[in-house]
Design a protein around this ligand. Sequence first.
Ligand SMILES: N[C@@H](CCC(=O)N[C@@H](CSC=O)C(=O)NCC(=O)O)C(=O)O
Length: 285
Amino acid sequence: MASQLKRLGLNKSFGGFVTKWEHFSAVLGLTAKFSIFMPAGASNDARVHCLYFLSGLTCNEDNFIQKAGATREANAQHLAIVCPDTSPRGAGVPTEDDNWDFGTGAGFYVDATTDGWKKNYKMYSYVTKELPALIEENFPVTNRKSVFGHSMGGHGALSLYLKNPGLYQSASAFSPICNPTNCPWGKKALSGYLGNDEADWKEWDSSQLVSGFTGQRNEILIDQGAEDGFLKDGQLLPEAFAEACQASKHPLTLRMQEGYDHSYFFISSFVDDHIKHHSSFLNAQ
Ligand SMILES: N[C@@H](CCC(=O)N[C@@H](CSC=O)C(=O)NCC(=O)O)C(=O)O
């Protein structure tokens, strides 16, 4: 194991292992943490494909791996799961801890360009470039990967997949922020990280990116709780993404799940379906 990684935790789960790590991120300019699940039997002679899970507002590298109950099915499908943090920590921007939906815990998986934020808030480059390189160098994984996420992380999963044709085999999301240029969370984050020119926001909005996607149009799976308060508040806008997919002929399964909310009770109820969805693409060859 390369010396740039410091192990912070180790737990056995369904035959595999969850470990937690700290490293210095050159992209973020700060120490960063991530969790990773490695299924039983993974080794340098038996490398496994990798799922990246992007968490939502207020989360860190622990929420999904501890609360979603994903390790049983990941072990069964012989898939690793990597869970990065949701923002840089301790960047020292004066207002970064003032809001739960902007700044710390709310990096939105973009590369910031505005003064104050642009030095450290580079979660897009961290998740798409630096972290996979680190994982592929230090763990028994292939470079074949897929991405999924929740809420802000659902926006991250869809936008990273659509912005990087061929990088990910598949994408899925739980209650994603589908159209950030048109909802309060998204407008706040995109104006704060990118500035007030709305033309600059479009390249981070999945509902606008889907028409220009040049990769293989593999089916996207979205689960959305019908009783989700953030859906009712107009933060998620799944109908905008469904319309964009229909116009672009991008295959989409959008499941409205009766009675479910925005929580990890909802995520854990359907997480096995998402892991099987990704396995059908990742393990197809
Ligand atoms: N009161 C909540 C509000 C924040 C919240 O609901 N965060 C969600 C993601 S919302 C969109 O990105 C979440 O995943 N929370 C963590 C959890 O473990 O449930 C709060 O302060 O958590």
